[in-house]
Design a protein around this ligand. Sequence first.
Ligand code: COA
Length: 398
Amino acid sequence: MGDLEIRPLLDAEHRSSLNLFLRSMHRPPVDDAAWDAYAGTFEPGRTLGAFAGEELAGTALAWSSSLRVPGGDQLGMAAISRVGVRADHRRRGALTGLMRALLADAAERGEPLCGLQVSEPVIYGRFGFGLASRLDRVTVRADLARFHPGLPAGGRVRLVDGTREEIVDVLAPLHDRCAVGRTGAMVRARPMWDALFGWMERPLRAIVHTGPDGDDGAALFMSSRTPGSFGARLDVVDFVAADTGAAIGLWRFLLSIDLVREVFVFARPTDELVADMFVDPRAVTSRVSGDDLWLRLVDVERALRARSWACPLSIEVRDALLPGNSGVHRVSESGVERGGGAADIVVDVDVLSQLYLGATSATSLAGVGRLTAASPEALARADTAFALAETAYSGTSF
Ligand SMILES: CC(C)(COP(=O)(O)OP(=O)(O)OC[C@H]1O[C@@H](n2cnc3c(N)ncnc32)[C@H](O)[C@@H]1OP(=O)(O)O)[C@@H](O)C(=O)NCCC(=O)NCCS
């Protein structure tokens, strides 16, 4: 790490940290108008800088969030974002210093989890993160999108006009009420909403779906037009639905807007049957799997205790970065016991983090050499212990 100093940034340093991040993502620095959208997106004390002397060489931040874990508990999670290192300071340990500091800070605050989304998957495994849930990016051609006659009608949809603050005032509580019923869903800190608006290069429009019991779905989208052609493309950057009825109502509305050529939805659960809504399933012209949430168990014992288990299992964890997590954990519905002895499975903490939401099986990970099991029976027990009836999904871009 050389002589880098890692410290929380002062308010006055936030704009340069944002600009450093934007430049590292090949985006222009903010002007005053864009800064207005971003200014409120820094949680006090949670944006870090890596300094080489007086110069800001790298930055990363965290927002206070929480995650619904298997069984229904909500666990504190530091949502890490805006990781960037100046091009002329790369590979000198700035990221490593920032990640160590963020993990230590989460531990100090009593947050058992850290979560992030990655630009490059190769970066974060070394810090104990594993890909814990997946999503699908879905494109539908509007002219082919004739709905099956038997498909539920959906409720009423209204456009929500107003300033960013006014829109977020409506959508934020709706999200936290409607979306957090699924394993993997995150509670969104208010700055995460403002950050979403700041990040998008075109204005966002909002819609809200009302079902039999009130508002139960919402979407944020932006339109783009190809010069010389009729029909716009809608990019839906946020799509929240309490249940299938709300999701269908939102799909129906988006595809019924006049002069829309296609609708691209940035994130949907992998188990949503989009093609089956249409008489012609090829209305879905593309469905691409993507990374949803990368997770890091910071306090392994607490995280294991918080989740439900279909059967008892003993897990030997190896965590070079946070060695207090290393050792055998015997998990069951009655809690976690730590101790020595032989374990059913042996995993590095990034692999345990990948298993945690039940989205990947122990057998698959053993097949690619990421996990060792004491016996075929122990491996089968691990599959049963971690498995869930539902597919984990976060659906929050941050
Ligand atoms: C990715 C980035 C943050 C890495 O920062 P950095 O300060 O150079 O990273 P470090 O020097 O701490 O490197 C830590 C380790 O990760 C490796 N690493 C870092 N970035 C990597 C990459 N993009 N691909 C592969 N390995 C990488 C380094 O080689 C090093 O490994 P080593 O210890 O075995 O040598 C930086 O290059 C960057 O800002 N990139 C553009 C923006 C970006 O991608 N941000 C991440 C958003 S999710």
